[in-house]
Design a protein around this ligand. Structure first.
Ligand code: SF4
Length: 110
């Protein structure tokens, strides 16, 4: 094996270990290929995710930490293209969340 091939192999091994599979998938897939999260998805339900933050029922203990103004669009866990309606979120690898959505894992942007 040449030094060039060995270097490439080591680089790819390090990349595989450094990047979670979901994050890598979300980086390599085009936005049009990635499905939107379903509000009925068990993880989405567990975190009280909704596509429209204005519909959060803050009387529900599961979503009681919601405060007006919190949106996926201003959550530190959202990535992707600023201004896009549907974007990747670290909580839901391989799915897109609505920029106007919300879930109980919301973290303010720093
Ligand atoms: Fe939206 Fe943040 Fe919850 Fe992801 S973690 S669904 S970006 S509020």
């Amino acid at each position: 094996m040449s030094d060039k091939n060995l270097t490439r192999r080591v680089f790819l091994q390090n990349l595989t270990m450094a990047v979670p599979a979901g994050a890598l998938a979300s980086q390599t897939a085009r936005a049009g290929d990635v499905p939107h999260i379903d509000e009925a998805d068990p993880l989405a339900q567990g975190l009280g995710y909704v596509h429209d933050a204005s519909t959060v029922d803050s009387s529900n203990p599961q979503t009681s930490r919601y405060e007006a103004g919190q949106l996926c669009a201003n959550c530190a866990l959202l990535s992707g293209e600023e201004g896009a309606a549907w974007r990747p979120c670290q909580i839901f690898p391989g799915k897109l969340v609505n920029a106007n959505g919300w879930c109980s894992a919301w973290v303010p942007k720093g």
